[in-house]
Design a protein around this ligand. Structure first.
Ligand SMILES: Cc1ncc(COP(=O)(O)O)c(C=O)c1O
Length: 381
């Protein structure tokens, strides 16, 4: 650290210079992220609650009341207004907390969980952190093969996991079948809807054919739903919802900050991102989010139709487009796109160029990308 501090002007100037090195969502160049720019009203809310810590609820009745309301609204969106839960740092912590509870409920030292091969890498982290075994079920196309899950179940299984909106393809696992399987085997079922939670309910409103995935299915024990993805909230905001309070196990006493207990992995928790989430949900309402999803799906269609003129496109289920570039080296395609300023990403199986059609992408950005992608693909040896 420097010995003597510098002036505000100097420090902020330096900061702004550094920020110029970051790619902005507004540039329309970020194609592979599930995050987006924070609307101004949510920035305001964030600033107001900047210093609040939900880990010390005695000090922040206001922020805590916002979290309670957000959890109620999310529960309502996911078919269970009585759900309980928390806003954590993201989908990883939300998945982690769900698996902590599943392990506690099962009470088995050799606990295993079964996730689809398509699950987010947060489950690999969970394997390391919790010391549980993560078994990976085969896929049937892009979604989990329920028979493969069935074959992996044994006396150590403490949870099965389904994904509603996979990270790579936006695919939705057959959650109704997983729910039946969980009920038949008395198993905990966690649904990772970190991305899909703020998309699928609105797709239903818009009459898209999408499978059920929420607490309306009796076998669903918990759901991850992230405000900092398609909820448009600033980082850190990942939601975990449990069907009811019986799922909360193993709370830790918090002796020097009141007489309460904490169940969440993190101790200090940001009230700011909760306030921003509350503000967005209050300001946009279901109608506002539906409009955003509608626009993203229109852009998804524009991209999928345009790309199918020169490549093969996997039919998108939600606002994630995967483009197969046959007979070309995909890493070279990515390199050429990077040279043109595009921050794209790729999928593993099948290998594709992946675009998450987030709200920051406009029709203009999509058309520019299509023009560049077409030229890269046609000119590559
Ligand atoms: C389906 C899914 N689950 C979990 C996560 C992890 O979320 P986070 O990066 O907020 O921890 C992601 C991130 O993209 C995701 O797509």
């Amino acid at each position: 650290m420097i010995k003597k501090g510098m002036s505000r002007e100097f420090v902020i100037k330096e900061l702004l210079k550094r920020h110029e090195q970051d790619v902005s969502y507004e540039s329309g160049r970020i194609l592979g992220s599930m995050l987006t720019s924070t609307p101004p009203i949510a920035r305001e809310a964030y600033n107001i609650f900047l210093d609040t810590n939900l880990g010390d609820p005695d000090l922040c009745d206001g922020a805590k009341s916002l979290e309670n309301e957000v959890i109620g609204w999310l529960g309502n969106l996911l078919g269970n207004p009585d759900a309980i839960g928390y806003i954590l740092t993201g989908g990883t912590e939300a998945n982690l907390m769900a698996m902590v509870m599943a392990k506690k409920i099962h009470g088995d030292k050799n606990a295993e969980i079964i996730v689809p091969k398509s699950a987010h890498f947060s489950f690999d982290k969970i394997e390391v952190i919790l010391g549980i075994k993560v078994l990976k079920a085969n896929l049937n196309g892009l979604v989990v093969d329920v028979d493969s899950v069935k074959r992996l179940i044994n006396e150590h299984t403490c949870a099965i996991v389904g994904v509603a909106g996979t990270t790579e393809f936006g695919a939705i696992d057959p959650i109704p079948e997983l729910s039946d399987l969980a009920l038949d085997n008395n198993l905990y079922l966690h649904v990772d809807a970190a991305f899909g939670g703020f998309v699928i309910p609105f797709l239903k409103d818009l009459n898209y054919e999408v499978p059920d995935f929420d607490f309306g299915l009796k076998g669903v024990s918990s759901i991850t739903i992230d405000p900092h993805k398609m909820g448009l909230a600033p980082i850190p905001a990942g939601g975990i919802l449990f069907r009811d309070e019986t799922y909360l196990r193993g709370g830790v006493d918090t002796p020097y900050i009141g007489l309460g207990k904490q169940f969440t992995p993190s101790s200090t928790r940001s009230g700011a991102s909760v306030a921003a989430t509350w503000t967005l949900m209050r300001h946009l309402g279901r109608e506002g989010y539906r409009k955003i999803v509608h626009r993203c799906m229109e852009h998804t269609r524009l991209l999928a139709d345009g790309a199918s003129e020169f490549a093969e496109v996997i039919p998108p289920v939600m606002n994630v487009v995967a483009i197969k570039i046959r007979d070309k080296d995909l890493s070279l395609v990515v390199k050429r796109l990077e040279e043109l300023g595009w921050k794209s990403s790729v999928t593993r199986k099948p290998p594709c160029i992946r675009v998450v059609v987030m709200p920051h992408l406009t029709e203009h950005h999509i058309n520019e990308f299509l023009r560049d992608l077409r030229s890269v693909v046609l000119n590559l040896e």
